[in-house]
Design a protein around this ligand. Sequence first.
Ligand SMILES: C[S@@+](CC[C@H](N)C(=O)[O-])C[C@H]1O[C@@H](n2cnc3c(N)ncnc32)[C@H](O)[C@@H]1O
Length: 325
Amino acid sequence: MHDQPIQEQQTIILEDPEQLIDIQALSNSVIDKQNSMLKEELRASKFGRLCDCKPSHLNCMEAKEWMLSQIGVWQFYYEKRDIRDKKKHPATFPISLAQKIISLFTHEGELVIDPFVGSGTTLLAAQDLNRNAVGFDLHPEYIQLSSGRLAQQNTFNHCRQIAIQDDARNIDQYFAPESVKLIWTSPPYSNLLNRKRKNKSRRDRDNEQLDKIEQYSQDERDLGTYPVDKWTQAMGDIFEKLLPLLKPKGHCVINVPDFWMDDSRITLHLYLVDELRKRGFELRNTIIWDRTNIVNNIGIFGWPSNYITMGTTFEYLLDFYKPSK
Ligand SMILES: C[S@@+](CC[C@H](N)C(=O)[O-])C[C@H]1O[C@@H](n2cnc3c(N)ncnc32)[C@H](O)[C@@H]1O
């Protein structure tokens, strides 16, 4: 037994379905326990400002930075800390984008939540900027990835950043009403990734993504498996439950693209604006994230008869807020 290769020992456990179920149940109960402790702790927390800014100010920005932010088309670069390996996570945004949104809509010490946190980019940006932040994701591997990235940063500050494994539908159980200053996220883009990659620009080259499905999971709670109608409804249901958590005039910024599927333009941003307005949010700004500086190797689409703009060249940053009473 002592000399048995580790691989074989693992196989014995995995071949016993009852044991497998027990291990799953055990890990679920540990997560449930952890999450209920976090719910109690977070609901009791205050998340007040740590800066000396005037109460009426939206953020800690000086006038010059504010002026530059008035431009409605933004560009960002990835840095070394950013994750660009699609095997680690298929769809991340740059830390600098998360920093920009957090700087615009919060003060030091205030609370940011990201309902679809993925690799934890929002949490890293919040750590850089001395903001409290809590991110949620369905998948344990992304929670581990986020926590690992946070632990690697040597930033000392007075705030906490936490990644929680839970469905975005349960977030209202974690926070007191009007305790959140900013909701910032990039949700799954309906079922855009839930199909085989046919990226023409990469077809002729060594391309590990070609013919692969890059979706996060096939979990029935995963919004990346939903067609547009079901996705819109689910987003509405989730954000309606988040609205009471936001402070009056607290912002909610959501990053989505439109895309092309089965010979049709899918206007995800329009569906989302309509749905969130119905659920009580007010649209304040539409910002274009110009991605042309980070897109390389453009292929040819539709030529010579069907004009199609490349979805990867820009995305929307939809800025809503909670109207004050
Ligand atoms: C576009 S990614 C977010 C990426 C993130 N902005 C980053 O920079 O890494 C969307 C995430 O939503 C998660 N997700 C999908 N359905 C969810 C649900 N119902 N609740 C919580 N997370 C969910 C997926 O696992 C995925 O990691």
